[in-house]
Structure formats: C-alpha cells, structure tokens
Design a binder for this molecule. Sequence first.
Ligand SMILES: Cc1cc2nc3c(=O)[nH]c(=O)nc-3n(C[C@H](O)[C@H](O)[C@H](O)COP(=O)(O)OP(=O)(O)OC[C@H]3O[C@@H](n4cnc5c(N)ncnc54)[C@H](O)[C@@H]3O)c2cc1C
Length: 322
Amino acid sequence: LSYKGFTTTFQFYEKAVKLATVKYDVAIIGGGSAGISAACWSAELGLNSVLVESNVELGGQLNYVFNPINNYLGVETANGREMRDIFVSQMQNWQFDILTNSAVAAVDFEAKTALLYDGKILHFKALVIAMGVRRRKLNIAGEAEFIGKGIIESGKRDAKTLIGKTVCVIGGGDAALENALILSGFAEKVFLIHRRETFRGRKEFLNQILLNTKINILRNTNLLEIIGEDKVHAVKLKNEAEFILPTDGVIFRLGVEPNTELFRDKIMLDEFGYIKIDSNCETNVSNIFAVGDVANRLSPTISSAVGMGTTAAKVIWQRLNL
Ligand SMILES: Cc1cc2nc3c(=O)[nH]c(=O)nc-3n(C[C@H](O)[C@H](O)[C@H](O)COP(=O)(O)OP(=O)(O)OC[C@H]3O[C@@H](n4cnc5c(N)ncnc54)[C@H](O)[C@@H]3O)c2cc1C
C-alpha cells in the first residue's frame, strides 16, 4: 500500500495496516446532504456502504444554516438543523456503517483504500467524495482568537447581541450584502467592508443598502487585523492608508473554497479547485465519484447535493452489477 501525500510516522502507518480489515462496496467521505443521500441510496440498492464524517455530527453546512429553508421541495424547515434532523431520522430506514469524528487522511485510488486519521483503512470498490466546502479565511491576527467574542457566525442568529452597537461585515457577495441588511435592523451602525470597488452580490440587495442610512460602505478596503482584549474592540483597515475603526462585532462573508486538498494532483480539478465530474458525477478516475458542493461551484444547494448523491449511488450500483 502506498499513500502518496500522507505524512506520518512509520509506527502509525504500521498500526493502520494492522487494522486493514474493513471492505465495502462504497465508501462515502463527508456526511452532509450529498453524502447522506449517497449513503441512503447505496443502502436502498443493496450496496454495502460506509459514511465517514470528520465532525462529531452529520449534516455538514446544514448545521450552520440559521435562515428558514423553503426552497427544498417536499419539506420546509425553520433552519438547517431541523432539515438535518429530518435527514438523519430518515436514515433509520436503511442500514449502513457510519463513522463520525473520523476524518479521511489519504486515499489510494490504485489500492482502492481510504486511510483514516485514527488508523483505520477502509477498502472500497467505489468511492464517493462528498466533502463540501468551507468558509474562506483571511488568516489575519485576531481572526481565530475572537470567534464568539465579537466575531459572529450568523447575522440572522446573532443580530440581537448587537442591538445599538457597531458591526463590520467583511465581503462583497450576496451573503455579505444580505448580512449587512439583516444587521442594520438591530445594530446602530454597520460598516460593509469590501476589498474591491464593485460588489458581486445581487443588485437588489445593493440598491437596498445604498438607501439604508445605517450602512456605510468602505470600498477598496482591506481588513488587516482584529483588535481587542477579552473581546473585539476595533479593526485595523487599509485603503489609501492604514486606520483603526472601533467596532463591537465582525462577521466574515468571504465566500467558500472546496475541501479538495487531498485530491490535488490525483483527480482533475477546475481552476477554482472544485472537482470536475461528468453527468454521472464520476471524476476522471474510474469508480471515483464526487457529489454536492465539492463538485458544484455554480449551484451549491441542498437539492443539487441530494440529487448528485442519488446519481452516484445509482451509477455505482449499475457498474457493480454488470
Ligand atoms: C448560511 C447558509 C445558508 C444556506 N441556505 C440554503 C438554502 O436556503 N437552500 C439550499 O438549497 N441551500 C442552502 N445552503 C447551501 C447548502 O447548505 C449546501 O449546498 C449543502 O448543504 C451542501 O451539502 P454537501 O453535502 O455537498 O456539503 P457539506 O454540507 O459542506 O458537507 C461536507 C461534509 O464533509 C465533511 N468532510 C470534509 N472533509 C472531510 C474528511 N477529510 N473526512 C471526512 N469528512 C470530511 C465535512 O465535515 C462536512 O460535514 C446554505 C448554506 C449556508 C452556509
């Protein structure tokens, strides 16, 4: 067995090899909407499958959706967690192995094995990559330190903590514009800070923002640092010169990036790092599939993720039953 790109000690590798006993028709990496769908459909079709999720709980991004979801046909929920609970409850209709709190560290396409950080090796006939996307970060001082101490997760959920206060929204897309509007209903002042001149978010959001006296737009402005002690007090910004802006809160909406580092140089990615697939959701490597946001830059939605999970499972079933 060779794990290109997997750096570990020889001892750890030995331990991993000893645990190499589990064999599956399908291994699915990622327990969000796409992975859950692929797992349910694989089981529905009689395939022996395993769903591997790095977090302690399933659901992926659904766990961070605080707005009502009314655009997924068949069910409307108050937030993503409620949708997740329905998915997880429906999973009880089928049997497949679930490994949570278990991240995949490396995949060997030739040997058809996936190595987990805890040392387990999963053998598969087909692999479904459903690893989704993560929020883009700036990696600046204070960004990690002040999470929950002034850096808020969601305008929708956390707006009430900023009543009468000042908040900075960082970003220029739909999510940044929407959060600026939501927060303006509660905060005294909202600064919308964008590193470019023009916004890529929806025109109707921008038009509302331009009429909103509580929202100040700072264009061509970069965030350099978040300043505080026990909580956020200010941000250091730079446009023509550096300056300090006092604030009580910060929310980042800088877009997302796909979780595809494991597969660089192994399968074809597009220029943005998303996995390239065909209409069967198959990558350029035979029997390696990719579903959901990780392979869908242009329409990252629950319905697309669920549909792609279904497609992969159906195609795999046909392949394995030829
Ligand atoms: C605030 C917000 C609001 C949204 N609102 C809507 C909406 O109204 N309607 C709609 O349709 N969509 C909405 N979406 C988008 C929707 O949530 C996503 O398109 C969908 O959840 C994507 O599912 P996924 O399974 O592809 O990826 P994800 O949900 O990102 O799941 C990927 C999973 O893979 C796991 N993973 C990653 N790497 C590894 C590894 N190495 N080993 C094991 N596991 C790994 C991650 O922990 C994660 O759980 C919203 C998203 C957000 C953030």
